[in-house]
Design a protein around this ligand. Structure first.
Ligand SMILES: *[C@@H]1O[C@H](CO)[C@@H](O)[C@H](O)[C@H]1NC(C)=O
Ligand SMILES: *[C@@H]1O[C@H](CO)[C@@H](O)[C@H](O)[C@H]1NC(C)=O
Ligand SMILES: *[C@@H]1O[C@H](CO)[C@@H](O)[C@H](O)[C@H]1NC(C)=O
Ligand SMILES: *[C@@H]1O[C@H](CO)[C@@H](O)[C@H](O)[C@H]1NC(C)=O
Ligand SMILES: *[C@@H]1O[C@H](CO)[C@@H](O)[C@H](O)[C@H]1NC(C)=O
Ligand SMILES: *[C@@H]1O[C@H](CO)[C@@H](O)[C@H](O)[C@H]1NC(C)=O
Ligand SMILES: *[C@@H]1O[C@H](CO)[C@@H](O)[C@H](O)[C@H]1NC(C)=O
Ligand SMILES: [Zn+2]
Length: 913
């Protein structure tokens, strides 16, 4: 599955645990029964029934073996109305024709999603049985299980039925043993309207027309699936069209979408990529794809971005289809997503984690191989070098907090659907991919890929835990005597997957020592999750001295101090950012690295230039190194034209711009950054014919970053350009020629430098806007006029004005805007009791956290403390206020300690050439 990973505010929730010891109160199935085959027939109704509801009906059988004697059957079933036979929800037969025990009683256990069947006699170990059910469920538009979704074609609204089973919703479509290790073969049949097509994991084998319950229908049957997990089942009924790979290929690849999109060629790009990734992975892994076909279908709604159902991958439309004007960057993200899902055909579908605690074996691999496949097939070498791997940085920031979690959990710690859903996060995806990249590098790629190939062959159609993987890689290492490792792969890797976090490697070039330490953000943060590895790692440290060929040393513990890195020249560690760790140096080496960057930055690889910037600012934020030292590494940026260093620099530097907003540092910093970014802006201006041709370019996000940063820091030609474009739009509102990628910045800049007229125009446009609303909303807050700002707040919070957005979302978004934040904070204090009465206990703490985030003066602090004293806040609101006070105190202290020196340095750096 591919999800957009959001940063969520973690609320501590007391979990009510049941004390019952009954099997039906436990979330895990007992180990008594093992399914082998399902036969499922479903009939989704794409019109409302007499009660105004969309439903599906179905019947299914499951054959299973009794592996441990029992007089009870537990099978998952959620929100299904089961038809009764002789008073029971199911019937049971024995497959060899002998009599099965009679059913004593059946009931539905709703919390744990079970159909419970108690028998009069025992099921016998080694015997096979068949359970038969008939049921009706709602075809809701809830994006889980078997669900419906809508789209328009011309003037018509069309309904389609589709599925999203991962992780625990197959049980919402038909009764099943819904755990990933309980694999079986699925025989599927769909009953559907004659004007629709029916699709599933296997190839359609037959469609016959008939009449059922007085309705003309088609019945489509499919080839049985391979042995697979329930969460990979897919069923679709729709009126889509498709394009396909040429006849004669080994695997049929099809792309399905609405008829118009297919006719316009919007699936062409995906079809080409889907075919080439499939071939690439087959070749790389030397393991064939097991089905005759692989469909890719573009749906109007899907919970995740895409889902890797075996044989038919579902995507949201915008993540699969490409129209002719799509930017190169958008095409890249489509390609990367396809690669991710296709990689799952091996990692996840053929070989599956035993239980969700090892989800990283699915998602880490899919993420790693999506980068690898993309890099291999992308002709532009520069891209492979840096942009592909920048997902690593996503994992660094979330894994550095004290309440992060290990990649792999214990099986017992994960039971409920809520617990399972929570681990589809950045750690699982990005850290998973990062540690695999590191592993591949120190094993060398031939050893890694051969070991994986053996692992996949050995565990095909089965389930694994991490140690199965280590065992097969180890066997390959043992066959490769030239490869020297400090210990077994299992010993090395356990430290990376069984404990959370990652190390910072500190290198002192004056003494030559290298040390490691757990890197944590928040100086006072306390780790209360013990690790049997004591937060030490086996770290493969690589480095170069002054560009010499790379050296390597394994760092095995905190007291393991080496001395190979003494040097008076610049030294750079973690080449190409292959290791999952940060690197800090002594001040002298930081100075030498900064000097080298200024002298000739190309001597240092682009990923490492990005790493340097990211590391120094992460350290400065924790007061590990001096802020001025961090800023020195940005001196060279006036010569930088690569993407990753700039994007990371922009993220960090604009954080400080915000932080200093109300201090004297702000102006000096703006002047310094203006000087740094202006050459990049002019460089792009030149090669894009005054920013008119950026849609042809490769680096759209980069262009956008450069443009935004230039206007934010007040580069004249950026502001002039923005005003010109905006004026011509004001003069001709029907025709907005401003490039969509730049609108956010252009609108803001025009309002910031304009007056009432510009503001009014934006407001008029905002009221009727669809696509652009987000940018216009932001632009309203860019005005410097206090009266207009007041009006902005008033309008934006007024539910009768403009868009159909909840008050909660409005105020939350508004509170995050630089100029409006102080006004929103006033508003919250003035309207506290109303807010307190009207909103639930999750909303206010979040709002407080957002609105107080940049408070940093003594005055702010006093206001906050007074506010807390004047109101009796309790629970999570009180906690949020306390945290806000703590954060503000730290901000005040930091600002007082640093602002003078920063001001001096920035002022002088802005003057130098
Ligand atoms: C599946 O069930 C249908 C009846 O619904 C039956 O006709 C068909 O033979 C069954 N298929 C298998 C493989 O058992
Ligand atoms: C299931 O049964 C309940 C109770 O009779 C009813 O309210 C509900 O609408 C039924 N759901 C479906 C999908 O038929
Ligand atoms: C079934 O009916 C549809 C629509 O009436 C028609 O297009 C299709 O050819 C028919 N299929 C068969 C197998 O008769
Ligand atoms: C690929 O796998 C086949 C058998 O599955 C084996 O004979 C062959 O040597 C493998 N090729 C490589 C390059 O490892
Ligand atoms: C693509 O761009 C052209 C020219 O700018 C425009 O006419 C066309 O409508 C655009 N197509 C889409 C699908 O956006
Ligand atoms: C502008 O671009 C052209 C080639 O596109 C190049 O020759 C020229 O040096 C560039 N000028 C500047 C100022 O970057
Ligand atoms: C870019 O704009 C400048 C004036 O700002 C103009 O002299 C130049 O010709 C323009 N270049 C292009 C390619 O349009
Ligand atoms: Zn995935």
């Amino acid at each position: 599955m591919a999800t957009t990973i959001a940063i969520t505010i973690i609320l501590s929730v007391a979990i009510l645990t049941t004390t019952s010891n009954e099997p039906w109160d436990k979330y895990r199935l007992p180990d008594t029964l093992k399914p082998s085959k399902y036969n499922v027939t479903l009939w989704p109704r794409l019109e409302k029934d007499d009660h105004g509801m969309y439903v599906f009906t179905g019947h299914s059988t499951v054959d299973f073996e009794c592996v441990k004697e029992t007089d009870m059957i537990l099978i998952h079933s959620n929100k299904l109305n089961l038809t009764k036979f002789n008073g029971h929800h199911a019937t049971l037969t024995r497959l060899d024709g002998a009599a099965a025990p009679a059913i004593k009683t059946t009931w539905l256990q709703e919390t744990t999603h079970y159909l419970v069947i108690q028998l009069n006699g025992k099921l016998v170990q080694g015997n096979f049985y068949q359970l038969n059910t008939r049921f009706q469920g709602e075809l809701a538009d809830d994006m889980t299980g078997f669900y419906r979704s809508h789209y328009t074609e011309g003037a018509e609204t069309k309904v389609l039925a589709t599925t999203q089973m991962e992780p625990t919703d197959a049980r919402k479509a038909f009764p099943c043993f819904d755990e990933p290790a309980l694999k079986a073969v699925f025989h599927m049949t769909l009953i559907h309207n004659r004007n629709t097509v029916a699709l599933a994991n296997g190839m359609e084998t037959e469609t016959v027309n008939t009449t059922m319950e007085g309705v003309e229908v088609s019945i489509t049957t499919f080839e049985p699936t391979p042995i697979m997990s329930t969460y990979l089942v897919v069923l679709v009924v729709c009126e889509f069209d498709y394009i396909r790979s040429p006849e004669g290929g080994k695997v049929l690849v099809r792309v399905w979408a609405g008829r118009q999109a297919i006719a316009e060629g919007q699936g062409d790009f995906a079809l080409e990529k889907a075919g080439s990734f499939l071939e690439f992975f087959e070749r790389y892994l030397n393991v064939t794809y097991r089905l005759k076909k692989l469909d890719h279908i573009a749906l109007p709604d899907l919970g995740p971005l895409a889902m890797e159902n075996w044989g038919m991958i579902t995507y949201t439309e915008k993540d699969l289809l490409c129209h002719q004007n799509q930017t190169e960057e958008e095409r890249h993200s489509v390609a990367k997503l396809i690669a991710h899902e296709v990689a799952h055909m091996w990692f996840g579908n053929l070989v599956t984690m035993k239980w969700w605690n090892d989800l990283w074996l699915n998602e880490g691999f899919a993420t790693y191989f999506s980068c690898l496949g993309f890099a291999a097939l992308e002709p532009d070498g520069k891209l492979t070098n840096q942009r592909v791997w920048n997902s690593i940085w996503g994992a660094f920031s979330v894994d550095a907090v004290a309440h992060s979690h290990p990649l792999s959990f214990t099986e017992e710690s994960m039971n409920t659907p809520a617990e399972i859903n929570k681990i589809f996060d950045s750690i699982t995806y990005n850290k998973g991919a990062s540690v695999l990249r590191m592993l591949s590098e120190f094993l060398t790629e031939p050893v890694f890929s051969k070991g994986l190939s053996n692992y996949l062959n050995e565990f095909a159609y089965k389930n694994t835990v991490s140690t199965d993987l280590w065992k097969h890689l180890q066997a390959e290492v043992d066959r490769t005597p030239t490869l020297q490792l400090p210990d077994t792969i299992e010993v090395i890797m356990n430290r990376w997957i069984l404990q959370m976090g990652f190390p910072v490697i500190t290198i002192d070039t004056t003494t030559g020592t290298i040390r490691q330490k757990h890197f944590l953000t928040g100086l006072e943060s306390v780790v209360d999750r013990p690790s049997i590895y004591n937060y030490e790692w086996f770290v493969p440290v690589t480095w170069t001295k002054h560009g010499a060929p790379q050296d390597r040393k394994w760092l095995l513990s905190q007291s393991d101090v080496h001395k190979p890195t003494k040097t008076a020249e610049w030294m750079l560690a973690n080449l190409n950012m292959v290791g999952f760790y940060r690197v800090n140096y002594d001040q002298g080496n930081w100075e030498r690295l900064s000097a080298q960057l200024i002298r000739d930055h190309k001597a240092i690889p682009p990923l490492n230039r990005a790493q340097i910037v990211d590391d120094v600012f992460s350290f400065a934020k924790e007061n590990i190194i001096d802020m001025v030292l961090a800023l020195k590494t940005t001196r060279y940026l006036s010569k930088e034209t690569e993407y990753t260093p700039w994007v990371l620099a922009h993220n960090h530097l604009r954080h400080y711009l915000k932080k200093f907003r109300h201090t004297k540092v702000y102006g000096a910093m703006q002047r310094y950054l203006r000087k740094q970014v202006e050459p990049l802006f002019l460089h792009f201006k030149n090669i894009t014919a005054n920013w008119t041709k950026i849609r042809d370019g490769r680096y759209d996000r980069f262009h956008m970053t450069a443009f935004t940063f230039a206007c934010e820091t007040g580069v004249d030609s950026c502001m002039d350009l923005s005003r010109d474009w905006f004026n011509s739009w004001m003069n001709n509102p029907q025709d907005n020629v401003i490039l969509p990628n730049l609108r956010h910045t252009v609108y803001c800049c025009a309002v910031a430098t304009g007056g009432v007229q510009e503001w009014d125009f934006v407001w008029q446009m905002f009221k009727n806007a669809t696509d652009d609303a987000r940018h216009l909303h932001y632009a309203l807050s860019c005005t410097k006029d206090p009266q207009l700002l007041k009006r902005s707040l008033q309008y934006l919070l007024d539910p009768t004005m403009g868009h159909n957005i909840s008050f909660e979302r409005r105020i939350m978004e508004t509170a995050d805007l630089d100029n409006l934040q102080p006004l929103v904070w006033n508003y919250i204090r003035d309207n506290w009791s109303v807010l307190n009465d009207d909103h639930n206990s999750e909303f206010l703490p979040k709002l407080i956290t957002v609105v107080t985030e940049r408070l940093s003066t003594e005055f702010d602090l006093k206001q906050l403390v007074d506010f807390k004293a004047a109101h009796t806040a309790t629970g999570s609101v009180a906690k949020a206020l306390d945290q806000a006070i703590e954060r503000t105190k730290a901000n005040v202290k930091w600002t007082e300690e640093n602002q003078e020196r920063l001001f001096q340095w920035l002022t002088s750096a802005a003057r130098q050439q």
